[in-house]
Unconditional design. Structure first.
Length: 755
């Protein structure tokens, strides 16, 4: 049987250091030993230091069944432990292996069960740990801020574990770290407030911190122990992401050595599935702690992560309350619905305090209203133009706008902005000036990894390195952004109401002017038509008398002229009467009533009986419906349509006029589901080209000359106005030389519709 180690010997360079495979080092720390078992209990992996703990070498263990080496009783203990409800990463298995007592942590790595054994610790006095924990919980309830809680956890963790220094390490959005809270020996230099670059903890290390919440280095000067396996597969390896004994990156070990650290314990702080921070414990000599103390330390981390949302809310509660009060005050303002109200709004101090800005501007109809520390109008317009070109967003916020818009890098008076579009090129913007800040780094962050002739090394110097940060404002907090969004929405609604109010006022004024104009026109029409009637009657009387006198002498040259004058006066009177009828019909509905169209039809036919008889016309009609209408208008409507059919009769055939109607209401508009009664007047007259179907309803529109067919050209326009007055409509279909069909539609009441 061939055996090989799985030590990862890949070189780490500047180009791949952030991808160092730290989860498969192929080595462990020497304070315990490791075995890997297959599903059928074959020892497939074993560390070379197993002989330091029991009377057995790794070569004797590899390839053998576990029960053959350690006995069936030990195997049963492990089997029962694996298949029990025990939380295995909390309570390790206490077991005797070859007459030695061990505490064994077990986890699954792929298809392999990984057993990590450490010598049995002296029994910890759990009562003391319990008492300390209860005392801590009591003190925790007395803290309000997150920072106070973290300081308490740092103190409590150091008291429980005995490490020389305990730090609560908090990450920002880019995973740069800050020592947020600390407890250390009085003789040690404090690290509180120091910042560390994100490169100190690369991506793959952060991923392992999320998978495995506890990492322990007992002796920073340890010599890593290789893991051996049966050489039966190419590139065979073992993922140690969940391992307690995993050997750490040599770059990280050197980093800790440069800090003078002798041992470490690290607890991950996970919040919303993201690495929020770490509890980092440093000791300046070798140090190991029992599983009970490890559990107590992990509980300290749980205390923090369970309280982050609550404590951050408490921290922001006072400021957010002020913001809410400012928002409520602004939205409760009872201002006139006029653009002048913006002069009042922009001067309200609450407008800036609702998101703690240094200035604010509102643009409405290309006019900019400003208050506080703001850019110039030209800068605002340039910024909005760039924003719309690049982002096309209704909302934008940044504490350092030069990151997105380098052209504004020198505009220190608005390093941070919150922008909201208000529609139609209107917007509101809150501004914050740059906040020049000084950050104390633990060494130069640009030199976190150093390359020399001997390879890669972490930085040697952890002296305080000061960085001055310019061009950015303080961070916009979530409650500030939310308050700005809520007020922007409210302001948008107010601006829409201003526009609607102005439109309403404009239309009201136009309506008043139109009413006044219509009233004047009606008076003018009434006066003019009545005043013109009288002289026309006199003209007809005089011409009629003169024609009578000259009737015995038709050859008189004045006879023809007088006859033309008489006919012109008659046509003028007819036109004036039609105009008078047309103007009498209002555009507003008058009181309608149920009208039996059969009675209207009979009345009209009776009046036209002589004309119908003389022309030899035939009128055919079915039973007509009852409709909501006005009687005299219906009589006018029927008269005009029937007279048109008689007037425009074809000289080649006898006139036939057919009147048909719907017997029940029907839908003529599927989308609107509107019901109508309809009546059709069809004739076989001269017809018309369908392209004139709309224009024939216009006032004074004629398709024929006055010499061909007499009339004022108002008849069908009058019909259309009547139907509009009733809320109905009228349509025309024509075929040149074949005839015309006029259809009128009457809207129905719901009561008329049988379902």
């Amino acid at each position: 049987m061939k055996i090989k180690d799985i030590v990862n010997r890949d070189l780490v360079t500047l180009t791949n250091c952030d991808q160092e495979p730290i989860h498969i080092p192929g080595m462990i720390q020497p304070h315990g030993f490791l075995m890997g078992l297959t599903n059928d209990w074959i020892i497939d992996y074993c560390t070379s230091n197993i002989s330091s703990f029991i009377d057995l070498s790794y070569t004797q263990a590899l390839g053998n069944k576990f029960e053959t080496v350690f006995g069936i009783k030990a195997q049963e203990r492990i089997f029962n432990y694996i298949n029990s409800d025990t939380v295995q990463d909390v309570f390790p298995l206490e077991i005797e292996l070859l007459e030695k007592n061990f505490q064994v942590n077990i986890h699954k790595s792929g298809d392999t069960y990984v057993l990590e054994a450490e010598a049995q610790f002296d029994k910890q006095i759990l009562a003391d740990i319990y008492t300390q924990t209860i005392q801590f919980v009591t003190q925790m309830n007395n803290t309000k801020s997150l920072k106070d809680l973290c300081a308490l956890v740092a103190e409590g963790t150091r008291e429980i574990t005995g490490y020389d220094r305990v730090m609560i390490y908090r990450f920002d959005e880019q995973y740069n770290g800050e020592v947020y809270a600390e407890s250390c020996r009085k003789d040690l230099e404090p690290f509180l407030g120091l910042h560390y670059p994100h490169t100190d903890i690369p991506v793959q290390a952060r991923e392992l911190y999320i998978k495995n919440l506890l990492r322990l280095i007992v002796d920073i000067n340890y010599e890593a122990v290789p893991i051996f396996t049966i050489d039966n597969k190419e590139d065979k390896n073992l993922d140690l992401s969940l391992s307690i004994l995993r050997s750490t990156s040599p770059i990280h070990v050197q980093y800790l050595k440069n800090m003078g650290v002798g041992a470490t314990l690290t607890i991950s702080l996970i919040h919303h599935d993201r690495l929020w921070g770490l509890i980092a414990c440093h000791h300046y000599s070798e140090k190991n702690i029992s599983p009970e103390l490890r559990l107590a330390a992990k509980l300290q981390g749980q205390f923090i992560t369970s309280q982050i949302d609550i404590r951050e809310s408490n921290d922001e509660n006072i400021d957010s309350k002020k913001s809410i009060e400012a928002l409520e005050h602004l939205t409760a303002l009872d201002l006139p619905l006029a653009e002048e109200s913006l002069n009042t709004i922009i001067k309200m101090p609450e407008l800036m305090s609702l998101c703690n800005s240094g200035g604010v501007s509102i643009q409405f109809r290309n006019k900019i209203y400003k208050n506080g520390l703001t850019p110039s109008d030209d800068q605002i317009k340039a910024f909005v133009e760039q924003l719309e070109n690049k982002k096309s967003a209704e909302f934008y916020t940044n504490r350092k706008i030069s990151d997105d818009f380098p052209e504004f890098e020198k505009c220190s008076n608005f390093a941070g902005v919150v922008y909201h579009s208000l529609g139609n090129s209107n917007h509101i913007i809150w501004y914050r000036p740059e906040t020049v800040s000084e950050i104390n780094w633990a060494g130069d962050p640009e030199k976190s990894i150093v390359k020399d002739k001997n390879g890669l090394h972490p930085r040697n110097s952890f002296n305080i390195w000061k960085q001055v940060v310019k061009g950015q404002s303080s961070i916009w907090k979530l409650y500030e952004i939310n308050s700005a969004a809520k007020y922007a929405h409210s302001l948008h609604n107010s601006l829409m109401m201003i526009l609607l109010s102005e439109e309403e006022e404009k239309y009201r004024l136009q309506s008043d002017i139109l009413k006044e104009t219509n009233s004047e026109l009606e008076n003018i029409n009434w006066i003019s038509t009545h005043d013109l009637q009288e002289p026309l009657r006199k003209i007809q009387m005089i011409t009629s008398k003169l024609l009578t006198e000259k009737s015995g002498n038709p050859e008189d040259p004045d006879f023809d002229s007088l006859e033309r004058v008489s006919k012109s006066a008659a046509r003028m009177r007819e036109l004036l009467q039609d105009i008078l009828k047309y103007t009498r019909i209002k555009n507003t509905k008058e009181a309608t009533e149920k009208i039996d169209l059969n009675l209207i039809f009979d009345t009209v036919i009776d009046e036209f009986s002589e004309l119908i008889s003389e022309s030899g016309s035939v009128i055919e009609s079915v039973k007509l419906p009852e409709v909501n209408a006005i009687a005299f208008l219906m009589k006018q409507l029927f008269s005009n349509i029937i007279l048109n059919s008689l007037k425009y009769a074809s000289p080649d055939r006898s006139t036939v006029i057919k009147i048909t109607a719907s017997q029940e209401p029907v839908i003529i508009n599927n989308k609107a589901n509107v019901y109508y009664n309809w009546v059709k007047f069809s004739d076989n007259g001269i017809g018309f080209d369908q392209k004139y179907a709309e224009s024939i309803f216009k006032v004074f529109t004629r398709l024929h000359t006055q010499q061909e067919y007499s009339g004022s050209g108002i008849g069908l326009a009058l019909c259309k106005k009547i139907m509009q007055t009733l809320g109905g409509t009228i349509t025309a279909e024509g075929k040149l030389g074949q005839g015309t069909c006029i259809t009128i539609y009457f809207p129905c009441d719901k009561a008329d519709i049988s379902i």
